[in-house]
Design a protein around this ligand. Sequence first.
Ligand code: UDP
Length: 323
Amino acid sequence: MKTILVTGGAGYIGSHTVKRLIEQDFSVVVADNLVYGHKEALPQNTPLEIVDLDDRGGLKALFAKYTFDAVIHFAAYAYVGESVQDPAKYYRNNVIGTLNLLDAMLEADVKEIVFSSTCATYGEPQYTPIDEAHPQNPINAYGAGKLMIERVFADYKRAYDLRYIALRYFNAAGATADATIGASHDPETRLIPLVLRAAQSDKPVQIFGDEYDTADGTCVRDYIHIDDLADAHILALKAIDQYNGALNLGTGIGVSVREIINVAQKVVGKKIMFEIAKPRAGDPAKLVAANAKAREILGWSPSRSDIETIIASTWNWEKSRRF
Ligand code: UDP
């Protein structure tokens, strides 16, 4: 049985991946500083080590306590807007934190890492769908930090034989079918939870701009169910001996803000109020993934990412949230 260290395992995507790893008989240890993570998101009896990535001694002790076969590294701050206001927080935690983790890994001779990267490493798209060869010119510190780490991995592979797969997520969304875990962000900034909260209140959701160069004028994104993301991480652990590099994780299908509201109205069975607001700074009109490479290399194909399934699962979670 392989033992996997999951950093940030109490977070949104991390906790879904932990659940699936355990279902597939991996032994799992979670490391999380619980700044944004939730203990309640972990299956009962999952070993949890509360450690911060700036704590080099704590990381060393963690790798001395357990023998890991590989690491899945989710731990990161992930508010794009905040990364523009306070880039130091992002470079320190996300970049230096990852360097600290890599030091501890290499010292313990752990050489496999699957990493949460992001479509924010591409910046303003020059074409869509965006493939992995698309130029990477991130426009915020969050994306820039993730790109730096991708570069670190490539250099560490050459120098130290580190094996890595960087998974560039498009828009992670949804909750488990049984609604036991889902997104719990404070503050919540993402579209689908906010649309569903508008459905439960008398406050409208804001559409950030309706004059983009898209079919209905609102921004288009590629929403991918977190259970599909979780599966990709496990497949990446299995593919890491054959492939090292980056892979996009998206559906290849673009959905506009207005379409999200329309589908949500059907799922919820009532009208959802919205108002048109100013475009949000730094929002590209359209981000859609080319996912052929992940399909080919991982044998992965998204099966829960049609937008109805994503919204219905989020709705079930929002109605019965435990944390
Ligand atoms: N959006 C919106 N209103 C909101 C939140 C988001 O219109 O209250 C739009 C946002 O401009 C983007 C899309 O919804 O085009 C998805 O935004 P989200 O923050 O969920 O993810 P992002 O694409 O920024 O990672």
